[in-house]
Design a protein around this ligand. Structure first.
Ligand code: IPE
Ligand code: IPE
Ligand code: MG
Length: 229
């Protein structure tokens, strides 16, 4: 594909509504959504996308019922193990964005293990945003910056190096599934010049074909970054 986005970031939305339409509990939607993460990760890697960032759980998602949150957390624990095997088999490197200290000790350990074990992957980088909030990320960055560099001059580049995404290029394309057209605290710094693509398709139904459609739409955009072409 010509003009393929190098970095695709996706807000995986619509699991709950997908389940409701089928007369199933919201948690069934999360299970279907977790399965689809594998499909799309492989598809993106095969397409030659270099970075795939997936918004899996936000700092605001703790507002949901205890039942829903605990189902999501146990799906995550299960999924991350499969994700490690899938990453190792496909030369994918996995990293995490977000405040992992807010997760259970077990989950934190799994995240650390998956990061370490896949660190040698030279193909696609898969970044999973867990307990991630863009404002939280910026505030954590500022607090670390204040400690480590209390008086030095701050440039955009230097500031970026304190963000969770350090070392990654900004997303070229941001996709949100399931009809909502907002960013819901996802990568506010990094999405400054990204192209946005919204689709009504719910995350569990977002297929490789849908990903290709989004990338084709991206390929026809005219990115100017404030300049003139
Ligand atoms: C996305 O689906 C998954 C998470 C936010 C964890 P939702 O659970 O937000 O599904 P809807 O938006 O309620 O349909
Ligand atoms: C954004 O979806 C968070 C994730 C997909 C992880 P939400 O479903 O939480 O966002 P809102 O509440 O519709 O803005
Ligand atoms: Mg939602």
């Amino acid at each position: 594909m010509e003009n393929l986005p190098q970095h695709v970031a996706i807000i995986l939305d619509g699991n709950g509504r997908w389940a409701k339409r089928k007369g199933l509990p919201r948690t069934a939607g999360h299970a279907a959504g977790a399965k689809n993460v594998e499909t799309i990760t492989i598809a993106a890697s095969n397409m030659g996308i270099r970075y795939l960032t997936l918004y899996a759980f936000s700092t605001e998602n703790w507002k949901r019922s205890v039942d829903e949150v605990s189902t999501i957390m146990s799906l995550l624990a299960k999924y991350l193990i499969r994700c490690r095997d899938l990453a190792l088999a496909n030369n994918i490197r996995v990293r995490f964005l977000g405040d992992l200290t807010g997760l259970s000790e077990n989950l934190q350990k799994t995240c650390a293990d998956v990061t370490r074990e896949t660190a040698g992957g030279t193909g696609m980088t898969l970044a999973i945003a867990l307990n991630y909030g863009g404002r939280d990320e910026i505030v954590r960055a500022v607090n670390r910056l204040r400690k480590e560099n209390p008086e030095g001059e701050i440039t955009e580049e230097f500031f970026s190096s304190f963000l969770d995404t350090v070392g990654m290029p900004d997303p070229d394309l941001m996709i949100r599934t399931s009809g909502e057209e907002r960013i819901s605290n996802f990568l506010p710094w990094q999405l400054c010049y990204s192209e946005f693509y919204f689709t009504d398709v719910a995350w569990p139904d977002f297929s490789e074909d849908e990903l290709r459609k989004a990338c084709e739409a991206y390929a026809s955009r005219d990115r100017r970054f404030g300049g003139v072409k």
